[in-house]
Design a protein around this ligand. Structure first.
Ligand code: M6R
Length: 634
């Protein structure tokens, strides 16, 4: 979490840093700040509570002039979001400034020791110890002082430090938090993520753990903690800057939902050639894959749901047992994996702390590891033995949409690849199913076109929910205390079976994270074992009921909900005749497709639905409260 940005060049730095931070705002947005090298012997800073636009507004009245600056957008870990706790942090004489992404685990001991030496702290953050340590060790060489400081730190960090005595210079270092640098002839940039660099350069260098970078107006050098020179490759990124802009959409989330057909078309075109599946970047050979006996998938959040859906597909097509865990559970429970296990780690950002730790745990146990990642050269992509990129382009909205369908498409293709390798799928079945998979982008487009046509109806239904919800609230609060049986039930239930059960989880997650409405995903068959007690006329029950082998079972479950007054919004295959008899609030149709690919379709209306509810409730869709895009702390 948190985003850092730095600029050293021949242009005014303020605007560039603000622009860079805006690209990184999805990583944290509770406060932000900038530190500027000026001609005076002090570093000037500006910090504000809230989003970058607040910082921008303050700077409009009080601009900072200079050509070397560092900036930060924060997701609070230590200390509440206030200007004092916002980064950058200064040393006591205001001659050094630091920005930091990560957590300094031994900050308390370091702080106590520094306080004993008389150092006065101005914030409650863990980060502030860094700048005081740099000050302690500073003898006219910033790089040396940073290197010495790193020896005292335990934890994770990407830091950037400037000194008023060394014009043009930024010293940065990394341990387990991402850091990427880019350079043009006269300018050097650093950022937490490539999306912030793309408008300046698409030639970037990823910094590794233990590296110390010194950059100065167009040049940079990398050394290790002992000061030995290191060379890191410059990589060309083919992401297009327009992908990181809203392009006329009201929100990134909506834009990313609508990008899905194009992304899936590109993935399928790249990976399926002459009827066979290719993963050119994969460093694991067919012979090595043949040795695996089971698969373990680890991931968090939406990536976990992609993994859970893929479990069904992998078991079906590749005939191999698949277990799955959320990364935070996997890493602390001594998982039973060994060299006959393929551990697949799924992550959009490739930086999620728990997933990275799970990957390391799996490697330590001798498992073969494969990353399914979106961000090129991210930590997870680099540390896994093999990697398959999802090539979904930058995903900016905190709520993941296009990354999910890209992950699921890649995992499906991987299931075909293993199926062919293990001979668990006949060439005839493979050919027929791939033909269907190739039609998926077109089918998603059909759903999106249908949504555009029916947008007014969707919005009306969502508005009705809002009215219903608020009427319930009013009734509750106007009732006398003893008449209040329980809090008003604005709950959404998402039900699915088999391969659409993970989609129920994903639909509920989307609604929770951007609309802040309690929502639960359940396997429909579990309703009778408890959750059906929630059903009265209040909850809205979204039922995933496309054509499938469990269709009739789903219909029975829906009947049980209707019999208790529950309202339903079914997602069905177009042409479904049975569902209208159950008197739904409204029905959403998706095109016909084999059950195995139905999640790629049924998830689309759920993404749109969550988007519309959040819009109706006036929430901050792209940057929901308390969240950040990359969860780089445990
Ligand atoms: O970058 P990752 O895919 O590893 O991120 C995992 C989760 O943090 C992420 O999917 C999160 O759940 C999303 N906000 C969900 O929309």
């Amino acid at each position: 979490m948190c985003g850092i940005f730095g600029y050293s060049g021949n242009k005014q730095a303020q605007g560039l840093v603000i622009q860079g931070l805006k690209h990184l705002e999805y990583r944290g947005y509770d406060s932000s700040g900038i530190a500027m090298q000026t001609h005076s012997h002090k570093i000037l800073i500006e910090k504000t509570h809230g989003k970058i636009k607040n910082l921008e507004a303050t700077l409009k009245n009080n601009p900072l002039s200079g050509t070397t600056a560092i900036g930060h957008t924060r997701w609070a870990t230590h200390g509440i979001p206030t200007p004092e706790n916002a980064h950058p942090h200064l040393n006591e004489s205001d001659e050094l400034a630091v920005v930091h992404n990560g957590i300094i685990e031994n900050y308390f001991e370091l702080k106590q020791a520094l306080q004993k030496q008389g150092v006065r702290f101005r914030s409650e953050t863990d980060t502030e110890v860094i700048v005081h340590l740099v000050a302690k060790y500073y003898k006219g060489n910033l790089e040396e002082a940073v290197r010495r400081t790193l020896k005292d730190l335990k934890g994770t960090y990407a830091i950037a430090v400037i000194s008023s005595s060394e014009p043009g210079k930024i010293v940065a270092a990394k341990m387990d938090s991402p850091l990427v640098i880019g350079s043009t002839k006269k300018e050097s940039y650093l950022a937490s993520d490539i999306s912030a660099l793309l408008e300046h350069t698409n030639h970037v260098t990823f910094i590794e753990n233990g590296d110390v970078v010194t950059m100065n107006q167009g040049s940079f050098s990398i050394t290790d903690i002992a000061g030995k020179k290191i060379s890191r490759p410059v990589m060309k990124i083919d992401w297009d800057i327009t992908q990181a802009k809203k392009g006329g959409y009201q929100h990134f989330m909506l834009k990313e939902i609508f990008e899905q057909p194009g992304i899936l078309t590109a993935i399928l075109k790249e990976r399926i050639r002459g009827g066979a599946i290719y993963f050119d970047e994969l460093k694991i050979t067919a012979a090595q894959f043949k040795k695996i006996k089971r698969i373990f998938i680890i991931a968090c959040g939406t990536a976990y749901h992609a993994g859970l859906t893929a479990k069904y597909i992998l078991e079906d097509l590749a005939g191999i047992p698949v277990s799955i865990d959320t990364s935070s559970e996997f890493r602390y429970r001594d998982p039973k994996v060994d060299k006959s296990t393929l551990v697949i780690v799924v992550s959009q950002s490739g930086e999620t702390a728990d997933t990275l730790a799970g990957l390391r745990e799996a490697k330590a146990k001798g498992a073969m590891t494969l990353a399914i990642c979106n961000v090129l050269a991210s930590s997870i992509a680099r540390e896994a033995k093999g990697v398959i990129y999802t090539h979904a382009g930058p995903e900016i909205a905190v709520a993941s949409t296009k990354a999910f369908t890209a992950q699921l498409t890649v995992l499906s293709l991987f299931a075909f690849y293993l199926g062919a390798l293990f001979k668990t799928i006949s060439p005839k079945k493979e050919k027929a199913l791939l033909k269907e998979l190739l039609l998926t982008p077109h089918r998603i487009q059909k759903i999106l076109d249908g949504y555009k046509k029916e947008e007014a109806t969707w919005k009306k239904n969502v508005h009705n929910f809002n009215i219903h919800y608020h009427t319930q609230l009013e009734k509750y609060f106007s009732a006398k205390n003893h008449e209040r049986k329980r809090s008003p039930n604005g709950l959404f239930l998402y039900l699915g079976r088999n391969i659409n059960y993970p989609i129920a989880l994903e639909g509920a997650l989307k609604l929770k994270e951007i609309a802040y409405i309690p929502a639960e995903g359940y396997p429909a068959g579990e309703m009778k074992h408890g959750p059906i007690a929630l059903i009265d006329e209040n909850p809205w029950v979204i039922c995933l009921v496309p054509e499938s082998k469990t269709y009739d079972k789903m219909i029975s479950n829906i009947q049980e909900i209707r019999a208790r007054g529950g309202r339903i919004i079914p997602i069905v295959t177009e042409g479904d005749k049975k569902i209208e008899r159950l008197n739904p609030v409204f029905t959403i149709e998706v095109p016909k497709t084999p059950e195995i690919f139905s999640p790629l379709l049924t998830v689309i209306p759920l993404q749109l639905f969550a988007y519309l509810v959040a819009l109706e409730f006036g929430e901050d869709i792209d940057q929901p409260r308390n969240l950040a895009k990359s969860v780089t702390v445990e």
